[in-house]
Write a protein that binds this ligand. Sequence first.
Ligand code: SF4
Ligand code: MG
Length: 328
Amino acid sequence: EHKLLEIKGLKTQFIGDKKIIPAVDGVDLTIHRSETLALVGESGCGKSITSLSIMGLIPENGKISAGEIIFNGEDLTKKSEKELERIRGNDVSMIFQEPMTSLNPVLTIGEQLTEGLIIHDKLSKQEANARVIEMLKLVGFARAEEILSEYPHQLSGGMRQRVMIAMAMATNPKLLIADEPTTALDVTIQAQILELMKELKEQFQTSILLITHDLGIVADMADRVVVMYAGQVVEEAEVESLYENPAHPYTEGLMKSIPSLEKEQKRLYSIQGYVPAPDEFPIGCRFAPRCEKAMEICHEKAPNIYSLGNGHHVRCFLYKELEEIVEQ
Ligand code: SF4
Ligand code: MG
Protein backbone atom coordinates (compact mmCIF):
# COMPACT_ATOMS: atom_id res chain seq x y z
CA GLU A 1 0.00 0.00 0.00
CA HIS A 2 1.34 3.34 -1.17
CA LYS A 3 -0.69 5.40 1.30
CA LEU A 4 0.48 5.61 4.89
CA LEU A 5 -2.28 7.91 6.13
CA GLU A 6 -5.61 8.69 4.56
CA ILE A 7 -7.98 11.14 6.23
CA LYS A 8 -11.50 11.16 4.80
CA GLY A 9 -14.19 13.70 5.63
CA LEU A 10 -12.72 14.50 9.06
CA LYS A 11 -14.81 16.73 11.28
CA THR A 12 -13.54 17.69 14.71
CA GLN A 13 -15.84 19.81 16.84
CA PHE A 14 -15.66 21.57 20.15
CA ILE A 15 -18.52 22.36 22.46
CA GLY A 16 -18.30 25.97 23.60
CA ASP A 17 -20.88 27.95 25.46
CA LYS A 18 -23.86 25.91 24.10
CA LYS A 19 -22.47 26.30 20.58
CA ILE A 20 -20.86 23.67 18.38
CA ILE A 21 -17.54 24.91 17.03
CA PRO A 22 -16.42 23.09 13.87
CA ALA A 23 -12.62 23.55 14.06
CA VAL A 24 -11.94 20.93 11.38
CA ASP A 25 -14.82 20.84 8.96
CA GLY A 26 -14.56 18.04 6.41
CA VAL A 27 -10.89 17.51 5.67
CA ASP A 28 -9.57 14.96 3.14
CA LEU A 29 -5.82 14.45 3.16
CA THR A 30 -3.38 11.70 2.17
CA ILE A 31 0.25 11.13 3.15
CA HIS A 32 2.19 8.62 1.09
CA ARG A 33 5.04 6.51 2.40
CA SER A 34 8.36 8.40 2.70
CA GLU A 35 6.64 11.64 1.71
CA THR A 36 6.79 15.04 3.37
CA LEU A 37 3.41 16.73 3.27
CA ALA A 38 3.25 20.35 4.37
CA LEU A 39 0.00 21.51 5.97
CA VAL A 40 -0.07 25.27 5.61
CA GLY A 41 -2.29 28.09 6.83
CA GLU A 42 -2.47 30.92 9.33
CA SER A 43 -3.00 30.04 12.97
CA GLY A 44 -6.64 29.22 13.68
CA CYS A 45 -7.18 27.44 10.34
CA GLY A 46 -7.46 23.98 11.91
CA LYS A 47 -3.97 22.63 11.15
CA SER A 48 -3.03 21.74 14.71
CA ILE A 49 -6.46 20.29 15.50
CA THR A 50 -6.11 18.09 12.41
CA SER A 51 -2.80 16.75 13.72
CA LEU A 52 -4.10 16.32 17.27
CA SER A 53 -7.05 14.38 15.77
CA ILE A 54 -4.58 11.98 14.12
CA MET A 55 -2.77 11.52 17.43
CA GLY A 56 -5.99 11.06 19.41
CA LEU A 57 -5.01 14.04 21.55
CA ILE A 58 -7.99 16.37 21.11
CA PRO A 59 -8.66 18.49 24.21
CA GLU A 60 -11.47 17.38 26.59
CA ASN A 61 -14.29 19.49 25.18
CA GLY A 62 -13.70 18.33 21.60
CA LYS A 63 -14.45 15.21 19.59
CA ILE A 64 -14.22 13.72 16.12
CA SER A 65 -17.81 13.84 14.91
CA ALA A 66 -17.35 12.37 11.43
CA GLY A 67 -14.80 10.85 9.11
CA GLU A 68 -12.05 8.28 9.08
CA ILE A 69 -8.33 8.42 9.81
CA ILE A 70 -6.85 5.35 8.13
CA PHE A 71 -3.26 4.84 9.29
CA ASN A 72 -1.35 1.85 7.97
CA GLY A 73 -4.68 0.21 7.07
CA GLU A 74 -6.45 0.82 10.41
CA ASP A 75 -9.03 3.46 11.34
CA LEU A 76 -7.59 5.43 14.26
CA THR A 77 -10.99 6.96 15.10
CA LYS A 78 -12.12 3.47 16.22
CA LYS A 79 -9.13 2.80 18.49
CA SER A 80 -9.24 2.76 22.28
CA GLU A 81 -7.15 5.23 24.28
CA LYS A 82 -4.78 2.38 25.15
CA GLU A 83 -4.24 1.39 21.52
CA LEU A 84 -3.69 5.04 20.55
CA GLU A 85 -1.10 5.35 23.29
CA ARG A 86 0.78 2.38 21.84
CA ILE A 87 0.64 3.92 18.35
CA ARG A 88 1.91 7.27 19.69
CA GLY A 89 4.77 5.49 21.42
CA ASN A 90 5.85 3.65 18.27
CA ASP A 91 4.44 4.40 14.84
CA VAL A 92 3.59 8.10 15.12
CA SER A 93 5.77 10.71 16.83
CA MET A 94 5.24 14.40 17.26
CA ILE A 95 7.43 17.44 17.80
CA PHE A 96 6.10 20.86 18.75
CA GLN A 97 7.06 24.52 18.46
CA GLU A 98 8.27 24.85 22.03
CA PRO A 99 10.20 21.80 23.24
CA MET A 100 10.09 23.04 26.85
CA THR A 101 6.39 22.19 27.02
CA SER A 102 7.07 18.54 26.13
CA LEU A 103 10.23 18.13 28.19
CA ASN A 104 9.97 17.50 31.91
CA PRO A 105 12.07 20.15 33.69
CA VAL A 106 12.92 17.94 36.69
CA LEU A 107 14.16 14.91 34.72
CA THR A 108 17.53 14.68 32.99
CA ILE A 109 17.62 14.35 29.21
CA GLY A 110 18.78 10.75 29.68
CA GLU A 111 15.90 9.90 32.02
CA GLN A 112 13.21 11.22 29.71
CA LEU A 113 14.66 9.90 26.49
CA THR A 114 15.04 6.35 27.78
CA GLU A 115 11.62 6.27 29.49
CA GLY A 116 9.58 5.52 26.34
CA LEU A 117 12.05 2.93 25.12
CA ILE A 118 11.94 1.10 28.43
CA ILE A 119 8.13 1.25 28.71
CA HIS A 120 7.00 0.81 25.08
CA ASP A 121 9.89 -1.08 23.49
CA LYS A 122 10.71 -3.11 26.63
CA LEU A 123 14.42 -2.33 26.33
CA SER A 124 16.70 -2.75 29.34
CA LYS A 125 18.13 0.43 30.85
CA GLN A 126 21.50 -0.23 29.19
CA GLU A 127 19.97 -0.93 25.78
CA ALA A 128 17.83 2.19 26.05
CA ASN A 129 20.87 4.28 26.99
CA ALA A 130 22.83 2.95 24.02
CA ARG A 131 19.93 3.70 21.67
CA VAL A 132 19.55 7.23 23.03
CA ILE A 133 23.26 7.97 22.67
CA GLU A 134 23.09 6.73 19.09
CA MET A 135 20.09 9.01 18.39
CA LEU A 136 21.70 12.04 20.07
CA LYS A 137 24.80 11.57 17.91
CA LEU A 138 22.58 11.31 14.87
CA VAL A 139 20.96 14.68 15.63
CA GLY A 140 24.36 16.29 15.96
CA PHE A 141 25.51 16.02 19.57
CA ALA A 142 29.19 15.11 19.32
CA ARG A 143 29.45 14.37 23.04
CA ALA A 144 26.10 12.68 23.47
CA GLU A 145 27.07 10.92 26.71
CA GLU A 146 27.44 14.29 28.44
CA ILE A 147 24.00 15.50 27.36
CA LEU A 148 22.35 12.56 29.15
CA SER A 149 22.93 14.05 32.60
CA GLU A 150 21.87 17.60 31.65
CA TYR A 151 18.50 19.13 32.49
CA PRO A 152 16.38 20.81 29.76
CA HIS A 153 17.04 24.35 31.03
CA GLN A 154 20.80 23.81 30.60
CA LEU A 155 20.34 23.51 26.82
CA SER A 156 19.68 26.21 24.21
CA GLY A 157 16.39 26.30 22.26
CA GLY A 158 17.99 24.71 19.20
CA MET A 159 19.59 21.95 21.31
CA ARG A 160 16.26 21.23 23.00
CA GLN A 161 14.55 20.88 19.62
CA ARG A 162 17.29 18.47 18.52
CA VAL A 163 16.72 16.47 21.71
CA MET A 164 12.99 16.37 20.88
CA ILE A 165 13.77 15.12 17.38
CA ALA A 166 16.07 12.44 18.82
CA MET A 167 13.27 11.40 21.18
CA ALA A 168 10.70 11.38 18.37
CA MET A 169 12.91 9.34 16.05
CA ALA A 170 14.16 6.86 18.67
CA THR A 171 11.20 4.52 18.12
CA ASN A 172 11.72 4.63 14.33
CA PRO A 173 8.21 5.98 13.65
CA LYS A 174 6.43 5.60 10.31
CA LEU A 175 5.07 9.14 10.64
CA LEU A 176 6.62 12.21 12.24
CA ILE A 177 4.23 15.09 12.86
CA ALA A 178 6.14 18.37 13.23
CA ASP A 179 3.92 21.26 14.33
CA GLU A 180 5.74 24.58 13.73
CA PRO A 181 9.03 22.88 14.71
CA THR A 182 11.23 25.90 14.04
CA THR A 183 8.94 28.87 14.69
CA ALA A 184 10.52 29.66 18.07
CA LEU A 185 14.10 29.46 16.77
CA ASP A 186 16.31 32.06 15.11
CA VAL A 187 16.87 31.81 11.37
CA THR A 188 20.27 30.04 11.40
CA ILE A 189 19.17 27.40 13.90
CA GLN A 190 15.88 27.04 12.01
CA ALA A 191 17.78 26.12 8.84
CA GLN A 192 19.89 23.58 10.76
CA ILE A 193 16.83 21.88 12.27
CA LEU A 194 15.07 21.68 8.89
CA GLU A 195 18.22 20.25 7.30
CA LEU A 196 18.40 17.68 10.09
CA MET A 197 14.78 16.65 9.52
CA LYS A 198 15.49 16.19 5.81
CA GLU A 199 18.52 14.01 6.50
CA LEU A 200 16.64 11.83 8.98
CA LYS A 201 13.77 11.44 6.56
CA GLU A 202 16.17 10.20 3.86
CA GLN A 203 17.88 7.85 6.25
CA PHE A 204 14.79 6.34 7.88
CA GLN A 205 12.24 6.79 5.07
CA THR A 206 9.90 8.38 7.60
CA SER A 207 6.84 10.21 6.32
CA ILE A 208 6.58 13.75 7.70
CA LEU A 209 3.53 15.93 8.25
CA LEU A 210 5.03 19.41 8.49
CA ILE A 211 2.61 21.95 9.93
CA THR A 212 3.53 25.57 9.37
CA HIS A 213 2.19 29.05 8.72
CA ASP A 214 5.35 29.84 6.74
CA LEU A 215 5.33 28.94 3.04
CA GLY A 216 8.96 30.10 2.95
CA ILE A 217 10.24 26.90 4.60
CA VAL A 218 7.99 24.57 2.62
CA ALA A 219 9.60 24.76 -0.85
CA ASP A 220 12.76 23.12 0.37
CA MET A 221 11.15 20.51 2.62
CA ALA A 222 7.90 19.20 1.19
CA ASP A 223 6.89 16.91 -1.65
CA ARG A 224 3.29 18.05 -1.56
CA VAL A 225 1.40 20.89 0.09
CA VAL A 226 -2.11 21.14 1.51
CA VAL A 227 -3.36 24.65 2.29
CA MET A 228 -6.07 24.94 4.96
CA TYR A 229 -8.38 27.86 5.58
CA ALA A 230 -11.19 28.07 8.14
CA GLY A 231 -11.30 24.35 8.86
CA GLN A 232 -11.21 23.21 5.22
CA VAL A 233 -8.64 22.28 2.60
CA VAL A 234 -8.62 25.06 -0.03
CA GLU A 235 -5.71 23.92 -2.19
CA GLU A 236 -3.59 20.80 -2.63
CA ALA A 237 -0.68 20.31 -5.03
CA GLU A 238 2.79 18.98 -5.58
CA VAL A 239 5.25 21.52 -4.27
CA GLU A 240 6.57 22.67 -7.70
CA SER A 241 3.04 23.05 -9.03
CA LEU A 242 2.00 25.14 -6.04
CA TYR A 243 4.93 27.56 -6.26
CA GLU A 244 4.69 27.90 -10.04
CA ASN A 245 0.97 28.31 -10.08
CA PRO A 246 -0.66 29.11 -6.74
CA ALA A 247 -4.33 28.89 -7.68
CA HIS A 248 -6.32 29.89 -4.60
CA PRO A 249 -6.33 33.61 -3.74
CA TYR A 250 -5.49 32.65 -0.12
CA THR A 251 -2.40 30.70 -1.26
CA GLU A 252 -1.39 33.67 -3.42
CA GLY A 253 -1.66 35.89 -0.36
CA LEU A 254 0.50 33.51 1.70
CA MET A 255 3.07 33.48 -1.12
CA LYS A 256 3.21 37.26 -1.18
CA SER A 257 3.77 37.30 2.60
CA ILE A 258 7.01 35.27 2.38
CA PRO A 259 9.88 37.54 3.41
CA SER A 260 12.54 37.68 0.72
CA LEU A 261 16.16 38.68 1.23
CA GLU A 262 16.56 39.73 -2.41
CA LYS A 263 13.48 41.89 -2.60
CA GLU A 264 14.43 43.92 0.47
CA GLN A 265 10.81 44.66 1.13
CA LYS A 266 10.28 47.52 3.52
CA ARG A 267 6.88 46.36 4.63
CA LEU A 268 5.85 42.73 4.31
CA TYR A 269 2.60 42.05 2.48
CA SER A 270 -0.10 40.67 4.72
CA ILE A 271 -3.54 39.44 3.79
CA GLN A 272 -6.18 41.92 4.90
CA GLY A 273 -8.58 40.95 7.70
CA TYR A 274 -8.40 37.85 9.88
CA VAL A 275 -9.32 34.17 9.91
CA PRO A 276 -12.98 33.90 11.02
CA ALA A 277 -13.64 32.01 14.26
CA PRO A 278 -15.26 28.60 13.60
CA ASP A 279 -18.62 29.82 14.92
CA GLU A 280 -18.52 32.82 12.57
CA PHE A 281 -17.85 31.17 9.22
CA PRO A 282 -19.54 33.27 6.54
CA ILE A 283 -22.11 31.74 4.20
CA GLY A 284 -20.57 31.28 0.81
CA CYS A 285 -16.81 31.09 0.44
CA ARG A 286 -15.16 31.33 3.86
CA PHE A 287 -12.35 33.43 2.39
CA ALA A 288 -14.70 35.86 0.61
CA PRO A 289 -14.51 38.67 3.23
CA ARG A 290 -10.72 38.84 2.68
CA CYS A 291 -10.52 37.91 -1.00
CA GLU A 292 -9.37 40.52 -3.52
CA LYS A 293 -11.00 38.49 -6.32
CA ALA A 294 -14.38 37.81 -4.68
CA MET A 295 -17.38 37.79 -7.02
CA GLU A 296 -21.08 37.98 -6.22
CA ILE A 297 -21.51 34.19 -6.17
CA CYS A 298 -18.72 33.92 -3.57
CA HIS A 299 -20.89 35.61 -0.94
CA GLU A 300 -23.89 33.38 -1.70
CA LYS A 301 -22.63 29.85 -2.26
CA ALA A 302 -19.79 27.69 -0.95
CA PRO A 303 -17.33 26.76 -3.71
CA ASN A 304 -16.66 23.14 -4.66
CA ILE A 305 -13.24 21.71 -5.42
CA TYR A 306 -11.92 21.82 -8.98
CA SER A 307 -8.99 20.05 -10.62
CA LEU A 308 -6.13 21.78 -12.41
CA GLY A 309 -4.67 18.36 -13.30
CA ASN A 310 -1.78 16.35 -11.79
CA GLY A 311 -3.39 16.21 -8.36
CA HIS A 312 -3.57 20.01 -8.11
CA HIS A 313 -6.96 20.84 -6.59
CA VAL A 314 -8.49 24.15 -5.56
CA ARG A 315 -11.67 25.17 -3.73
CA CYS A 316 -12.59 28.36 -5.56
CA PHE A 317 -15.22 29.62 -8.02
CA LEU A 318 -12.53 31.11 -10.27
CA TYR A 319 -12.01 27.55 -11.57
CA LYS A 320 -15.61 26.44 -11.87
CA GLU A 321 -15.23 25.65 -15.59
CA LEU A 322 -12.75 22.88 -14.68
CA GLU A 323 -13.55 19.32 -13.66
CA GLU A 324 -15.22 19.12 -10.24
CA ILE A 325 -13.75 16.88 -7.55
CA VAL A 326 -16.34 15.12 -5.43
CA GLU A 327 -15.48 15.20 -1.72
CA GLN A 328 -15.47 12.04 0.41
FE1 SF4 B 1 -12.14 34.39 -3.62
FE2 SF4 B 1 -14.50 33.62 -4.60
FE3 SF4 B 1 -12.39 32.04 -4.88
FE4 SF4 B 1 -13.53 32.40 -2.49
S1 SF4 B 1 -14.44 31.42 -4.26
S2 SF4 B 1 -11.36 32.42 -2.94
S3 SF4 B 1 -14.09 34.54 -2.60
S4 SF4 B 1 -12.67 34.07 -5.78
MG1 MG C 1 -1.08 25.64 15.53
